[in-house]
Design a protein around this ligand. Structure first.
Ligand code: ZN
Length: 241
């Protein structure tokens, strides 16, 4: 039996499956991993920065204009659409097979595909808020107000994403952990499992079927019942029971 057929069989008996996904899920929608950008030379600051430095809390505070310029160009892909993998996961949830999606991605494509229970561990580009008064804003506000988007109170309107040096939202991590703890099947796709808190969340899994869909090896491979090396979107679509 091939791997996809086996996955289909597992899903047909699952009732509380969870999908845990990373950047690989969205590269198939044309969104590159921002870390792949390499060093970036800032003309205004006369210095080269790594993508991680530019996506950090201290960079936002010290150089907000450069931060937002980088953010608009490297984090926001307005034309990106859900791929067949996103759509398959939404369909699995509608059918009562999948309980939740936990994602490291910030693009909102799972919700765009119709998924309802989505734990966005690193936040979402779709949301923004004022750092001073907390007022909520949409992504369009950041895109339209250059160079630095400001609230009516004068505060900076920042994206609701977790930057380097910042901690993750506790309620979101706990929600994802609870879903994984209760899951009968855990599918991990498109993530190296290196970025915090991925590894810890995987350890919460007590269910019967651990499935990995990833191009390269991860440290969880040894624990997996099934390892699929084909692209995630095609694999999930083909595995719909
Ligand atoms: Zn404000």
């Amino acid at each position: 039996m091939d791997e996809i057929t086996r996955l289909k069989e597992i899903l047909s008996t699952s009732r509380r499956a969870v999908f845990f996904g990373g950047a690989g899920m969205s590269t198939e929608s044309g969104i590159p991993d921002f870390r792949s950008a390499g060093g970036i030379y800032s003309e205004t600051l006369h210095r080269e920065f790594t993508p991680e430095q530019m996506a950090s809390h201290s960079f936002l505070m010290a150089h907000p204009a450069e931060f937002f310029d980088f953010y608009r160009r490297r984090f926001v892909y307005l034309s990106a659409a859900p791929n067949e993998g996103h759509r398959a996961l939404a369909e699995l949830e509608r059918r009562g097979i999948l309980a939740a999606v936990a994602t490291q991605n910030i693009d909102g494509l799972h919700q765009a595909a119709g998924s309802k229970t989505v734990y966005e561990l690193h936040g979402s580009i779709r949301r923004a808020y004022c750092m001073d008064c907390g007022a909520r804003y949409a992504l369009s506000y950041i895109m339209e107000h250059t160079p630095i988007p400001r609230c009516s109170c004068g505060g900076i309107v920042r994206p609701d994403v977790v930057l380097y040096e910042e901690s993750l939202d506790t309620a979101t991590i706990e929600g994802a952990a609870a879903a994984i703890r209760a899951a009968d099947t855990l599918i991990i796709g498109g993530t190296s499992l290196i970025v915090y808190p991925a590894a810890g969340l995987i350890d919460a899994f007590r269910g019967a079927h651990l499935i990995l869909i990833n191009k390269t090896e991860t440290h969880a491979d040894a624990r997996a019942e099934l390892i699929i090396r084909t692209p995630i979107g095609a694999a999930l679509h083909a595995a719909l029971p």
